[in-house]
Each structure stands twice: as C-alpha cells, then as structure tokens.
Design a binder for this molecule. Sequence first.
Ligand SMILES: [Zn+2]
Ligand SMILES: [Zn+2]
Length: 290
Amino acid sequence: MEKITLLTKHRKAAALCSALSGCGFKLCSETGFDTDQLSTFSGARSGATSLRGTALQKAKLGAELGNTRYGLGSEGSFGLDPFIELTPWNTEVLAWWDRVEQYAVYAFVQGPETNFNRKFVDSVEEAERFVTQCKFPAHGVIIGKPGEVDYYQDLANTEQMKDMLVRLLPQSAVWLETDMRAHRNPTRMRMIERCARRLAMNLRSACQVCSKAGFVAVAQIPGAVCESCGAKTAAARAELFNCLSCGHEEERKLSSLAPASRCDHCTPVKRRPRISAPRRRDSPRVLPLR
Ligand SMILES: [Zn+2]
Ligand SMILES: [Zn+2]
C-alpha cells in the first residue's frame, strides 16, 4: 500500500481510513501542525473553490511534513442551504495530492445532515433546550466567542455547562454554538466519511489517455429531452469528464429523460417553485467538484 499523509488536529483519520485503504492507501496522521492556522472553518458562505484551495494546501503540507508521495487535506464549511437559505448546511471537501506528478484529485459532498447552530441564551433553561437540540454531550458545544475571557470549547456535560452559565448569565446573555470540529461532531464525521467514499470512487476512475487516477465529471451539459412532450429542457443530457493531470475531456451521455416538471412547455417557469437563480438554458452547469 502507498502511504498518504493527513494533516489533522481533529482525529479525522477514523472517518477516512477505510475508504482510502480500499483503494490502496495507508493513512498516516500528521498532528504536529496547527491546521487552524490555515482555517478554522471557512465562513458559512465560502464557496467550493476556496474550500478546495484550503484542502489542497493541507494536502501539500501533509505530503511534505510526512515526507510521503501523497497527501490528504480535508476542509468543511457550515451555513445555510444554497437554495432558500433556511436549512443548516454542511459542505465537505477532500483533496488528494500527488507530490511526484504534481496534481490533485478532489471529492465534494454537501447536504443538510448537520447540527450546525448558534445563539445567545438568557437562561439556563434556554441553554438546556439549545444543547439538547444540538445533541450535546455526544456532540460538542462551545461557550462564548474566540478571544472572549469565557470562551470554552471542551464542555464535557450538562452540569459543567450549568456551572459556567450560573456564573456568566448575571452579567450578560451567553453565546452558545455547536462545535464543528470533527472529533467533537459525529454527524460531521459521517459527512467526511461519505466524502472519503466519493474520493475513493474518483481515485478508481482512471483517465483513458494518461491512465492517472481521478477522471471525474466537472460539469453538466443541459438539453435532456422532456419525458412527456419531447422538447429540450435545461436538465442535464450529459456530463463533462475531465482529467486534472493531462487535461483530457470527454462528454458522457446520461440515459434519463427530463421530468415534465422541468420542461418549459409542460410546466411554464412561472408555475414552478423558484429555488435557485435562473440560468441560461444552454450554458453548462459547472459542478462544484466530484
Ligand atoms: Zn414537456
Ligand atoms: Zn489524463
């Protein structure tokens, strides 16, 4: 098996080992570097591109510090869903780096599977309701904000939290937020695990031209035919695959027809629920990553 170094302070190896070993990599954790210097969770609205940049930076550093050919970097962001901005949302990216060939393969997952939440509380009862909702103590909760005197990340149980609140609440409302660090958040660990399975799948997909790992879909091409009337729609008819090593591209047709709900003839736009900004019908949709 090839060694791959993961830069982590938050015991992410547990979520990554199995998927990586399934495609021939033995994961070694490098814990001597403070990954928080690179990011303490990119802000809620950071896009996939900046997440990808940070994950790649971690992967490159990992390979260097671990002195291995391969490095692995993980980065996540939390905020509200990109459609109607109502539901908490988690995006996870993994970057795999080959130091010899100098190229990267990425994997990306996103979804509402997160306990991400934050608020000011005025009473112990309100705090108890909040932390129960956040699945504390199985999931971590943080008191205060970085830099504040009472910023505390390692609450172990409700008693300890109550003790702190009884001391702090007479002075002012107290800020509570979910701890999104992987080792304190089993829900996030599962998302990272899902991302690792996606990465393993991407690594198994080899480019037909240069045979390197990581030949993945990078964009969807619109024009699928409506299942009801046969008109062209904005739904994807094909996916564009691209090799990040040699640049080879290939269009792969999708077999499915478009549902009538996405057809301008069968379901005029004004009758459709608006969930995202309109897009030109003929422009390919760039996938964040695979
Ligand atoms: Zn139609
Ligand atoms: Zn290639």
